[in-house]
Design a protein around this ligand. Structure first.
Ligand code: NAD
Length: 355
């Protein structure tokens, strides 16, 4: 067996903590990839994994992704991620959240947590009773940063899609641009609503068919089955559900000019970035386009440590930088022939001192 730290996903993590609390039944992994730029910030995922190895892989890949995301968003934050291993029924108790808060507190501020898949704002409030190293708490008033990061993530993706459409299709407006949206939850739903306001033509899909149908009714969009959305003929495919959808099979099915969406770890393996580029599809690297939520979470946290409130205008200003960063990645990709994911990784690695 290869040594754990020789596994590619380990990627020189500074610290990987396995947490088990017998009394509450909590089992969790807290992965700290890098604190080069500041405390490691990244959400907590609450998920049932068929195999514990899947949870470890998720924690490591997501944690590295947070290092890259925070660096590329210009935040004074390193990267980390926590995964709580849920049982098949996804039982979540106040005692588990308290024990998780204690584990975060014990790290003394090296890791800052927030919401991710399966964790709500209310869960983060519960965690905040045990540790101060938490963000994504309800906004403390008008004009403050904070709360559910989903809408900020959606806003950043919307800016990114506009930039991609401009870059690839030479269009300044989204009117009539056809976007196929996979996943209509917090992020995908927000992206679809923003695109609809600009007159984009939308096709939606979600495994929760009722959710997709309701949003389609609200926005006057089309709905297709969730297994048909990747093959939908469109200008932009926007993945906002699961990761690892861009593999050989997924990429072969795409019928679009652009892939730009919020799901984390969209490329199943690093070589799939080149495969996408080889098909002439413009790719917006996931951790660059989906940084809106962490921008809000980080500014909220930094403000709280200074006894102030995060300024929502500062969040908006930083969201507006997402298309600027994407544009510089695409330009370098065109100049060097390296695919956009490789260009982004190189930029991020340099920023975290691992160039
Ligand atoms: P969510 O749970 O609110 O929504 C996800 C939606 O995807 C759900 O409606 C679910 O039914 C649907 N879905 C799941 N599998 C699907 C499939 N195979 N086909 C179609 N739909 C499917 O989660 P979210 O917060 O919207 O996050 C979506 C993605 O964005 C995740 O990959 C998450 O890691 C990523 N992300 C979220 C944020 C954030 O701020 N919430 C930030 C960065 C990245």
């Amino acid at each position: 067996m290869t040594a754990f730290w020789a596994e590619p996903d380990f990627d020189a993590h500074e610290c990987v903590q396995l947490v088990h609390d017998r009394a509450s039944g909590l089992t969790a992994i807290i992965a700290i990839h890098s604190t080069h730029l500041g405390p490691a910030a990244g959400g907590t995922r609450f998920w049932h994994y068929a195999e514990p190895a899947g949870a470890m892989r998720d924690a490591l890949r997501l944690s590295r992704g947070m290092s890259y995301k925070n660096a590329m968003a210009g935040l004074p934050m390193g990267g980390g991620k926590a995964v709580i291993l849920a049982d098949a029924a996804k039982t979540k108790t106040p005692e588990m959240l308290a024990a998780f808060g204690d584990a975060v507190e014990a790290l003394g501020g090296r890791y800052i947590t927030a919401e991710d898949v399966g964790i709500t704002e209310a869960d983060m409030v519960a965690v905040s009773h045990r540790t101060q190293h938490v963000s994504g708490l309800p906004a403390s008033g008008e004009g403050s940063a904070g709360g559910d990061p989903g809408p900020f993530t959606a806003m950043g993706i919307y800016h990114g899609i506009k930039a991609a459409v401009q870059h690839k299709l030479g269009k300044d407006s989204l009117a009539g641009v056809h976007v196929a949206v996979q996943g209509t939850g917090s992020v995908g739903g927000g992206v679809a609503r923003l695109l609809a306001k600009d007159g984009a033509k939308l096709t939606l899909a979600d495994i929760n068919e009722q959710r997709a149908a309701e949003l389609a009714r609200e926005l006057g969009a089309e709905v297709v089955a969730s297994d048909a959305i990747m093959a939908t003929g469109c200008d932009v495919f926007s993945p906002n559900a699961l990761g690892a959808i861009l593999d050989e099979e997924g990429i072969a099915r795409l019928d679009c000019a652009i892939v730009a969406g919020g799901a984390n770890n969209q490329l199943a393996r690093p070589e799939h970035g080149a495969l996408l580029a080889g098909r002439g599809i413009l790719y917006a690297p996931d951790y660059v386009i989906n940084a809106g939520g962490i921008i809000s979470v980080a500014l909220e946290y930094i403000a709280r440590t200074k006894g102030t409130r995060g300024d929502i205008n500062e969040v908006r200003k930083r969201l507006a930088q997402i298309p600027v960063r994407l544009e510089s990645i695409w330009r370098e990709s065109e100049a060097t022939g390296a695919s956009s994911d490789v260009v982004a990784d190189r930029m991020a690695q340099k920023l975290i001192g691992r160039g």
